[in-house]
Design a protein around this ligand. Structure first.
Ligand code: FE
Length: 432
């Protein structure tokens, strides 16, 4: 790919990422923009400033050796050095000042791109800043759900209708040696995806779809949260500590289950994936159903693998479940084009070679595995992206309805601690 061709997408990406970020905070008042001190959210006025700071830090200060706009930028916004619980106490600039800071950085970055002097290293950092902003965009949306703010796009986005229904059953996947991780030649990869390495996989059976709200309700109705035998020691300790009796945004109203969708209570949508469950809840559901979570490599085989026609795995891998083309609305529920998850049987055009649906988009999927470096791991310049989190996080795959399509591919690894329930996470299971 020629330099001109790659540069032409950078400015639209930067503008689009920024437009999305701003649309996620535009309607919030000053109190909401600071919000309560919680371990799982940032004060949004801090977070929006951090997004601009990160762009400046890598694209302008690091790659282009420019001095920072604000002398106190690092002291305010460096997530590696500013402890989370102190971010509410910082002398944060006002909303207006913060937005001007962001706009000035964006102007300088775009001017640099327009001069046509970017090196490959510069391009890497521009993309890093876009993807970083994309990920914070998803976090802004999570914060709005956590805090019960209204959906930012309630009026504009269509409700995810299309009653596509359930998609029961498993597919059989052959064993073999599978190439796990990203291959050199990829335009942008995070350090945790490097590099592809062969991993042996035994034949397995995996569900065509994620576990639904209806299937999860059966577990709750059966007393699943009180049956000690269904929980691991760590899971039970987590459940007891929290007094969890159901998923976090559920309630029973007049004998019917409801779910809080931002600031509104809606009836449970039985064929949409269960969402906002911790890894421990996923694990307990599996024990209840006689199932198990897929390993990380099994997930990637189901999404990217193909049969060799002789009962084994082909050497070829797909970039996306459906093939090589970038995601579009007929194949994957991404980019907040709908205001939530679709039924699990929707979007058959996005099936993987083995017939698994919605492996990209709709809901993040917990896997069984701890987040660990691949063999030969070398940390990237942004050192705190992956390395600090190896060992005590679990891997999630696939992206959710709010994830930006430009971020994703089958090899993309997300990671959260197993107790987290605020992320847009559900799960798919394997036959035991
Ligand atoms: Fe960040």
């Amino acid at each position: 790919m020629g330099a001109g061709e790659t540069d032409s997408e950078l400015i639209p990406w930067l503008r689009d990422a920024r437009e999305r970020s701003l649309s996620l905070i535009a309607d919030l008042d000053d109190d909401q923009l600071l919000g309560p001190r919680l371990a799982i959210v940032n004060p949004l006025r801090w977070e929006i400033g951090h997004v601009g700071w990160f762009q400046e830090r890598w694209v302008l200060c690091h790659a282009a050796a420019q001095p920072p706009l604000r002398e106190d930028g690092d002291a305010l916004y460096d997530s590696s050095t500013v402890p989370h619980d102190t971010r509410w106490d910082l002398p944060l600039p006002s909303r207006t000042e913060t937005l001007e800071y962001l706009a000035e950085i964006a102007r300088r970055v775009c001017a640099r791109i327009e001069r046509g002097v970017l090196t490959d290293e510069d391009r890497y950092f521009v993309r890093l800043a876009v993807f970083h902003e994309d990920m914070h965009g998803e976090a802004f949306l999570c914060a709005r759900q956590t805090l019960g703010y209204r959906s930012p796009w309630w009026a504009e986005r269509s409700a995810p209708t299309g009653e596509a229904g359930p998609l029961p059953g498993d597919v059989a996947i052959p064993g073999g040696l599978f190439l796990l991780g990203a291959e050199a030649g990829e335009r942008f990869v995070f350090d945790n995806e490097k590099w592809a390495h062969k991993v042996p996989v035994r034949p397995f059976r995996i569900a065509r779809a994620a576990v639904t709200q209806g299937e999860f309700a059966a577990f709750v109705d059966d007393g699943g949260y009180r049956r000690r035998a269904l929980w691991s020691d760590a899971g039970w300790a987590w459940r007891e500590g929290l007094g969890a009796e159901m998923p976090p945004y559920w309630r029973r109203e007049g004998g019917e289950w409801q779910r809080r969708d931002f600031d509104r209570w809606v009836p449970l949508e039985p064929h949409r994936p269960v969402i906002h469950v911790s890894w421990y809840e996923a694990e307990a559901w599996c024990r209840f159903a006689g199932r198990r979570l897929p390993s990380e490599v099994e997930w990637e085989v189901a999404a990217a693998g193909e049969s060799d026609g002789q009962g084994g795995l082909a050497a070829a891998r797909r970039r996306f479940p459906w093939g090589e083309e970038p995601p579009g609305i007929a194949r994957a529920n991404l980019d907040s084009t709908a205001r939530g998850c679709l039924d699990v049987a929707a979007l058959p055009a996005g099936d993987s070679a083995f017939g698994c649906r919605q492996m990209i988009g709709n809901v993040w999927e917990w896997t069984a595995d701890d987040f660990q470096p691949f063999p030969g791991f070398v940390v990237d310049p942004y050192q705190d992206y992956s390395a600090p989190w190896f060992g005590d996080h679990k891997v999630l795959r696939g992206g959710c309805f709010a994830t930006r399509g430009r971020l994703l591919r089958n090899t993309w690894r997300n990671f959260y601690q197993p107790h987290r329930r605020d992320v847009w996470a559900g799960f798919r299971t394997c036959a035991s």
